[in-house]
Ligand binder design. Structure first.
Ligand SMILES: Cc1cc2nc3c(=O)[nH]c(=O)nc-3n(C[C@H](O)[C@H](O)[C@H](O)COP(=O)(O)O)c2cc1C
Length: 310
């Protein structure tokens, strides 16, 4: 079989994005690369499509931080890539409340093991649709990425070519987290628990669900990892692939889904993080409620804690 021919000016950007902010940034980076004469293919990780990686000379991987780490489906995808010997890579990450944890380090380590050479690393803020915080009444970074950040993404793409020519001084790995609470949350959302407990621990308010009456399939279609199946005319959470993104509950127009984010032990940590986030002047926030699958702003007196309103 003929080996695919590597095109020296062809880039593949692989991204995962449920809220759309990583996608926006991927687009801007690709515009920057185009300006430098690169051809760019964008690939959404949730598409079930075969890719011939070896025909690209440069690949980019972009994703949001999920619970201080790389989303599990992104780790699995990148691990399955073939050897990337001779290929250059860059990573870009979107974060809501600005706590990145091991998200970038993990993927950079996997790619380096695959013999790819790093030429860029970028992280930016993105609107934080984390159900855990939204349920506590808070939306962090509602306006991000800002115009300036998108310009930064464009410049990042544009400058990659120089990095490749002149040589790129590798950015240091992100520092470890310093807050004990975060480690407890990381433990509570570890892969073992997500796979064997939370993947199955979604409850359906059968009377509210309109799957049978109106053929609503929002949750099934929203799930990025196909963890929701139909069974006896209703959606069921069956499988081990949940990534705890919370989007099935968030997008349900009937508010018929109760996810593990409602577990009392979880909420304790979520409340703490929301409180910390609100106190952080570097992160914007607004107060919100989730109504029929939409995030709606609410007015709160200055200094009030959103979850105390409930
Ligand atoms: C399930 C989930 C977990 C998240 N965990 C974190 C986190 O640990 N730290 C952080 O800064 N942002 C976190 N976020 C926020 C996202 O990383 C951020 O909003 C990102 O812009 C979303 O990307 P997207 O719009 O492409 O989906 C989380 C979001 C979700 C949905």
């Amino acid at each position: 079989m003929n080996k695919p021919k590597k095109n020296s000016k062809k880039c593949l950007i692989i991204y995962f994005s449920l809220g759309g902010t990583t996608f926006k940034v991927a687009n801007k980076i690709s515009e920057g690369l185009l300006r430098s004469g690169y051809k760019v293919d964008l690939f959404n990780i949730t598409e079930n499509k075969h890719l011939t990686i070896n025909k690209y000379s440069l690949i980019g991987i972009g994703f949001p931080v999920y619970m201080f780490r790389t989303p599990f489906n992104v780790i699995d995808y990148v691990k399955k890539l073939p050897s990337l010997d001779g290929i250059k890579y860059f990573v870009f990450i979107l974060m809501g409340s600005g706590v990145i944890g091991s998200a970038g380090n993990k993927i950079r380590r996997i790619l380096t093991k695959k013999k790819a050479r790093e030429v860029g690393y970028l992280n930016l803020r993105g609107r934080d649709e984390y159900l855990g915080y939204l349920r506590e009444g808070c939306l962090f970074s509602p306006q991000n990425p800002t115009k300036e950040e998108l310009k930064q993404a464009f410049d990042f793409g544009h400058n990659l070519v120089d990095h490749m020519k002149v040589g790129f001084k590798k950015k240091p790995f992100d520092p470890p987290l310093k807050v004990l609470n975060y480690y407890i949350e990381i433990f509570l959302t570890c892969r073992f628990f997500v796979k064997y407990i939370y993947s199955w621990a979604f409850f359906l308010k059968k009377k509210k669900c309109t799957f049978e009456k109106k053929g609503c399939r929002v949750c099934i279609e929203t799930c990025p990892v196909k963890n929701i199946k139909e069974n006896r005319k209703r959606p069921v959470w069956r499988g081990f692939s949940c990534i705890l993104c919370g989007y099935c509950e968030l997008k349900c127009p009937e508010e018929a889904i109760i996810s593990p984010f409602h577990f009392p032990f979880f909420r304790l940590f979520l409340k703490y993080n929301v409180k910390k986030g609100i106190q952080n002047p570097a992160v914007d926030h607004t107060f919100v409620v989730i109504k029929n699958g939409r995030i709606e702003p609410v007015k709160v007196k200055k200094g009030a804690q959103p979850f105390l309103l409930k």
